[in-house]
Design a protein around this ligand. Sequence first.
Ligand code: NAP
Length: 275
Amino acid sequence: MHTKGTIKRIISFLLHGERPPIYAQISYLEPNNRLKGKKIIVTGANRGLGYSMAKKFTEEGADVLITGRNEESLKKSAEQIGCSYIVLDVTHIKFIKPFFEKAYQMLGDITCLVCNAGISLHEKDFFQITEDSFDCQIDTNLKANVFIAQEFMRLKLSQEKAGNILFISSEVGELADNRPYGWTKGALNSFVKGIASNFIEKGIRINAISPGVTCSNMTGLNPNEDLFVQTNKTKRAYLPEEVAEIATFMLSDCSNCLSGQIIVCNNGKTINTRF
Ligand SMILES: NC(=O)c1ccc[n+]([C@@H]2O[C@H](COP(=O)([O-])OP(=O)(O)OC[C@H]3O[C@@H](n4cnc5c(N)ncnc54)[C@H](OP(=O)(O)O)[C@@H]3O)[C@@H](O)[C@H]2O)c1
């Protein structure tokens, strides 16, 4: 039974296109030490998805180390989360090896790596792509991830120990795109699927999460404001905390049988062409 107010809202919606508010109801698993004993690096975690994942991993009992370029915000975030940090621009490939040496000293035996740092330059069309915008996105979203993963795998293989790598890709990597951001994520997915089976016998798992449009600086969507997103199946933006829940499962031993998988978090939007 509709109340008067609701009927008025529906009429107003029909007449003026005014849209009802969008609410998000999300559920969390109570922290239960699901990541106890894990030592996890999360790249690009001073805000956004990286921050939410690092916070959740810490709540689940892991020792976490976050990276980013801006020391001030990184330090503040690390204090809020209760984890350690190292300043690292992931595109500076020559600093990756010393970074792992320092991280090893601070964290001990690193078990998991989450390659999250990424940028999107949102070029409006093909002719807005410049050499700089192309290089910058390829360097950050693809090249850096390949060499960070390579160094981590070297470390794990030399120690003859198991490891777990999780990349944060994107739903756009599932589709053909006309911009470098999508090309980097498509290539990243190919990398994950192509390399995972080479290392599973050594105990190294490699997977990716591909979120749909999620609240963050990258999308300019603020979780405290309107969550409406026309292009998401749910018509609302996803929240970084939702991605963090899935990431926790992917780093936990409960997902030990998963490797080479792209976990697409968009309610099936990119599975087929007919909605
Ligand atoms: N939000 C979405 O809708 C969405 C959807 C699908 C996938 N993703 C992916 O999720 C990941 C996180 O994005 P977000 O939405 O949380 O964006 P965000 O709020 O802009 O955060 C990006 C993070 O990456 C870091 N970063 C960027 N360039 C870096 C570099 N060269 N070296 C080190 N850190 C760097 C940033 O830190 P500094 O700038 O301080 O260095 C920041 O911590 C990205 O890989 C993105 O492609 C996001």
